[in-house]
Design a protein around this ligand. Structure first.
Ligand SMILES: [Zn+2]
Length: 116
């Protein structure tokens, strides 16, 4: 399962950040998931809940923000947001689209508790 290896990588980052900030525990995690990242949010939640047991984030809540696909046309510069994969510019029909957002899985926010 794709999501499991992503979450494994995520936990390495979380635990490192938590150590850096001397956190007692991680209470909430917000992820940005691109519409075209290939990640299924439900599977991501399941993987997160499986993985968090016994970690510093064992009681953390997971929030997922789904990011629409954002493309920019290399010919005319038009930027558009879409929920569907697109291959040509909606304005000039050029196929030279650059993907700006929508393929990523990023750690947006981590909430922690500290001692005293
Ligand atoms: Zn264009």
């Amino acid at each position: 399962m794709h999501e499991l290896s992503l979450v494994a990588g995520l936990f390495e980052i979380l635990e490192e950040k938590a150590r850096d900030e001397k956190a007692l525990r991680v209470t909430a995690v917000t992820l940005r998931v691109g519409r075209l990242s290939g990640v299924v949010p439900e599977l991501l939640e399941t993987a997160f809940d499986t993985f968090k047991k016994g970690t510093i984030a064992s009681r953390a809540k997971l929030r997922i923000e789904v990011v629409p696909l954002k493309v920019r046309c290399r010919s005319c510069g038009k930027e558009s947001l879409t929920d569907e994969p697109v291959f040509v510019c909606s304005s000039c029909a050029s196929p030279g689209l650059e993907i700006m957002e929508g393929q990523e899985l990023t750690l947006q926010r981590m909430e922690i508790e500290k001692d005293g």
